[in-house]
Write a protein that binds this ligand. Structure first.
Ligand code: ZN
Length: 264
């Protein structure tokens, strides 16, 4: 999302902020948030885990998290508002950055230049999955003693920042490990396979996404002809490796898909 938005956002000045749902601004007060945004050019974008930022020339940073169903779109300002449009950043080139979110779990914060961030939750994030810091040894030391299931460990953002529900299923399928398996039953080789797959699976998702930025940014609803994921959404389909029927279970209130034959 950051890579798709960057060419639309960088160098543009925010001319107004419309808040249809001011309650999704968590910090500071929404009217202060708006005052600190308006009139300022966006000089860069950043990302940490699943948090994304718009950096302003003032040194202040707008941070946001999409949570379950949030999307940040780039559309012409004269385009009608879609349903569930909560925040509109109007830019000086006749386009908007619009935040839409049917479930309204997404949040925004503005961190002042040199303000200590005690409110976004970013200070609790683990290492980045694409920076090469996630080794088998790291995972084993960090969660190898846990009684929790291995999938919950991978979704724990303080262990690895940025792995989501769908990607956790793809990683565990690749590693041949059942998502419900207790973490303390995994062996060193299991953690090695998982750590090898984390950047591969996330990197593939990244390149797949970047093939369709216009589709994403327009905000049209995802109408997959074919799921781009091997496991996610494939309950009842044959496993691509062995043909066994893919099962669905619920872990941490989220759907999990796995092959009962390939994943032990
Ligand atoms: Zn299988």
């Amino acid at each position: 999302m950051r890579l798709m938005l960057e060419p639309k956002a960088i160098g543009r000045t925010i001319v107004s902020v419309t808040m249809n749902r001011p309650e999704i601004i968590e910090h500071p007060d929404p009217s202060i948030f708006r005052d600190l945004c308006v009139g300022h050019p966006i000089v860069s974008m950043g990302r940490r885990g699943k948090y994304v930022s718009l950096e302003l020339d003032s040194g202040d940073s707008i941070w946001f998290h999409l949570r379950m169903t949030g999307r940040m779109l780039s559309v012409p300002s004269d385009e009608p508002e879609q349903k569930h449009t909560h925040i509109i950043f109007r830019l000086d080139d006749g386009t908007d950055l619009r935040f839409t979110d049917s479930r309204r779990f997404g949040r925004f914060w503005l961190i002042r230049d040199e303000e200590e961030d005690t409110f976004t939750g970013m200070s609790r994030l683990g290492p980045e999955p694409l920076d090469g810091d996630i080794t088998g040894q790291y995972l084993e030391e960090r969660v190898g003693h846990c009684r929790r299931c291995v999938k919950s460990c991978l979704l724990d953002q303080s262990v690895v920042a940025g792995i989501g529900n769908i990607y956790a299923d793809e990683i565990l399928f690749g590693a041949g490990i059942c998502p419900t398996r207790k973490a303390d039953t995994l062996e060193t080789g299991d953690w090695e396979r998982i750590s090898d797959l984390i950047p591969k699976v996330l990197g593939k998702g990244l390149s797949d996404d970047l093939e369709s930025p216009e589709w994403y940014l327009s905000g049209r609803e995802g109408d997959w002809e074919e799921s781009p994921y091997v496991m996610y959404g494939h309950e009842g389909d044959p496993c691509p490796t062995c043909g066994t029927t893919i099962l669905r279970t619920v872990i941490s209130n989220r759907s999990s898909y796995f092959c009962p034959n390939c994943q032990r």
